[in-house]
Ligand binder design. Structure first.
Ligand code: BG6
Length: 484
C-alpha cells in the first residue's frame, strides 16, 4: 500500500459518535498497515474544554471498543493526536487552530466536518477567515447534507463561497465498500458482462440495505430524518448509479461522476398517481431482534409518541434511457429488519426455451449477487448438470470474490475513503450536481408524505418489513432475495 504524503487531519466534532466509532478506528487501521506518512498529524477539535489526556481517556472508553485488534503500535498512533477545544462561533478559536497548523498551501490539510450540517457554513467561514482555505485544504462533508433540495443547495452554496468544488469531499461510505469497487472492475475490466448488462438480458435489479439495529440512541436525529433521507437519497441511489452507469470515458473523478449524474437525471420522476403504487413506507412496532424483545419505534427514547417518521422504505425506480428502459430497480432499506444484509442482485432473464423441464425452483436462476454485508462477496448463480445419470440441472455458484482468494486485509470503507481524501482522489465522493439530482428525485415522495394523513405501514421488529413491500415485486412475478 502506498504511503500518503505528510498531512494534517483536522477532526471537527472529534468527541462525537462518528469519530469515536468509525474515523479513529479507520485511521488506526491505516496507521497499522503503514499507509500513513510518519509526518501525519491528527488534530481533534471538540467543544469541551479539556486537554489531550482527557481526550485520550475518552478515546480509550469510546473508540477502542470498536477496534478489533489493538497492537503495541497504539502508542505511536496516539502520539499523532493532539486536542484543541474549538467553538465554531469563536473567531479566535480558528486563529488558534491556524497557529497550530500553520497556513501552508504545500501541506495536505483535511478538515473532516463530523458535526451537525447546520455548523458547516460557520466552520467553512471560520476556516476561510484565518486562511485555512488555501489550495492544500480539503473539506470532508458528512451526510445528511440538508433536509431537502433547497436546504442542501443552501449548504452547498455557502461552502462554495469559501472552497472550490475540487476541495470538497462529500462522503458516502457505501462507495468505499470493496465489493462496490469490485463491481466496477468486473463490469469495465471484462468483456463478458457488459453485453448482458442491459434491458434485453436483465429482468430486474434489487438493492437492499437491511439493518437489524433500531435507532440506537439517535432517536432525536432519526425522528427528524427518516429512512428516505438517511439511506435512500444517498446510499441506495449511489449504489443504483454504480450498477446503471455507462462506461466512463476514463477513470478520472469527473468522468465517473458525469456518468452517475446522467443516471440520476434519467430516473423516471414520480407522479402523484403512481407514488402509491411505487413506494411503500413502514415503521417498526415491538418485536424480536437477535432473540431479544425490542420496543416499537414510537417507544424509542427521543421519538415523538405519535411519530409518522418512516423506518422502512421500498420503492420501484425506473431509468428512462436506452439501456434500462422498462427494467425495474427495486430499492429497499429499513431498521429492525430480520437480518443485517446489504446487497445488489442483478436478476437476468430466463433462457428462451426450457429444454430440461426444470422445476419452478430452478426457473430464472441466473443472478449476480454483490453482497456488501454482513460479509463482502460477489457470486454468479448459474445452473449446471447434476452429476450422474440423466440430465437434471442443479444450481451452482461461481465465487468472483478475488479479494477472499488473495487473503489480503480488507480495508474498511471509511479507511479507504480517508486515504482517498489524503491522496486527493475525488472519484468516490459525490459532486454537488449529483446531490441536487438525488434530492430532486426524492422530493415528490417527501412532499406527498408531508401532505397525506395515512401513517406508515406497521411491521414487526425482526420481520422483512410491511407486506406491501413484497407486493411491489410480486406484481411482476419477482420476489425479494432474502437468502442469508
Ligand atoms: C448511516 C446511517 O449513513 O449508515 C445510519 O445514518 C445507518 O442510520 C448506517 O445505520 C449504516 O451503515 P453500515 O455501513 O453500518 O451499513
Amino acid at each position: 500500500m502506498a504511503t500518503t504524503q505528510p498531512f494534517d487531519m483536522v477532526l471537527f466534532g472529534a468527541t462525537g459518535d462518528l469519530v469515536m466509532r468509525k474515523i479513529l478506528p479507520s485511521l488506526y487501521a491505516a496507521h497499522r498497515s503503514g499507509a500513513l506518512h510518519a509526518d501525519g498529524r491528527i488534530v481533534a477539535l471538540g467543544r469541551t474544554a479539556g486537554d489531550l489526556s482527557d481526550y485520550l481517556a475518552q478515546v480509550q472508553a469510546q473508540s477502542m471498543p470498536h477496534i478489533k485488534d489493538i497492537g503495541d503500535d497504539w502508542a505511536a498512533f496516539a502520539a499523532r493526536i493532539s486536542y484543541l477545544p474549538l467553538d465554531a462561533g469563536e473567531k479566535d478559536h480558528f486563529q488558534r487552530l491556524a497557529d497550530t497548523l500553520g497556513v501552508r498551501p504545500d501541506r495536505v490539510t483535511v478538515c473532516y466536518l463530523a458535526t451537525a450540517p447546520r455548523l458547516f457554513t460557520k466552520i467553512c467561514a471560520g476556516l476561510r477567515d484565518v486562511g485555512l482555505n488555501h489550495a492544500g485544504v480539503r473539506v470532508v462533508l458528512e451526510k445528511p447534507l440538508g433536509h431537502d433540495l433547497q436546504s442542501s443547495e443552501e449548504i452547498n452554496a455557502d461552502v462554495a463561497r469559501h472552497f472550490a468544488e475540487n476541495q470538497i469531499y462529500r462522503i458516502d461510505h457505501y462507495l468505499g465498500k470493496e465489493s462496490v469497487q469490485n463491481l466496477m472492475a468486473l463490469r469495465f475490466g471484462n468483456v463478458l458482462l457488459e453485453p448482458l448488462w442491459r434491458r434485453e438480458w436483465i429482468d430486474h435489479v434489487q438493492i437492499t440495505i437491511a439493518e437489524e439495529i433500531g435507532v440506537e440512541g439517535r432517536g432525536d436525529f432519526y425522528d427528524r430524518t427518516g429512512a428516505l433521507r438517511d439511506m435512500m437519497q444517498n446510499h441506495l441511489l449511489q449504489l443504483l448509479c454504480m450498477v446503471a452507469m455507462e462506461p466512463p470515458a476514463n477513470f478520472s473523478a469527473d468522468a465517473v461522476r458525469d456518468e452517475k449524474l446522467k443516471v440520476l437525471k434519467a430516473l423516471r420522476p414520480f407522479s402523484a398517481d403512481d407514488l402509491a403504487l411505487r413506494v411503500v413506507r413502514g415503521q417498526y412496532r415491538a418485536g424480536v431482534a437477535d432473540g431479544q424483545a425490542v420496543p416499537g419505534y414510537q417507544d424509542e427514547p427521543n421519538v415523538a409518541p405519535e411519530s409518522s417518521t418512516e423506518t422502512f422504505v421500498a420503492l420501484r425506480a425506473e431509468i428512462s434511457n436506452w439501456r434500462w428502459s422498462g427494467v425495474p430497480f427495486y430499492l429497499r432499506t429499513g431498521k429492525r429488519l430480520a437480518a443485517r444484509l446489504a446487497e445488489i442482485v442483478i436478476s437476468f432473464r430466463d433462457v428462451p426455451l426450457d429444454l430440461f423441464q426444470r422445476p419452478n425452483s430452478l426457473q430464472s436462476t441466473n443472478r449476480l449477487v454483490i453482497r456488501l454485508q454482513p460479509e463482502e462477496s460477489i457470486s454468479l448463480h448459474m445452473l449446471g448438470k447434476e452429476p450422474g445419470e440423466g440430465m437434471r440441472l442443479q444450481p451452482t455458484v461461481l465465487n468472483l470474490d478475488l479479494h477472499a482468494a488473495s487473503r489480503r486485509r480488507r480495508a474498511d470503507a471509511y479507511e479507504r475513503l480517508l486515504l482517498d481524501v489524503i491522496h486527493g482522489r475525488l472519484g468516490l465522493f459525490m459532486r454537488r450536481d449529483e446531490l441536487a439530482a438525488a434530492w430532486s428525485w426524492v422530493e415528490p415522495i417527501l412532499d406527498s408524505w408531508a401532505r397525506e394523513d395515512t401513517p406508515p405501514r406497521p411491521y414487526a421488529a425482526g420481520s422483512w418489513g410491511p407486506a406491501a413491500s413484497n407486493a411491489l415485486l410480486s406484481r411482476s412475478g419477482a420476489a425479494w432475495h432474502e437468502e442469508i
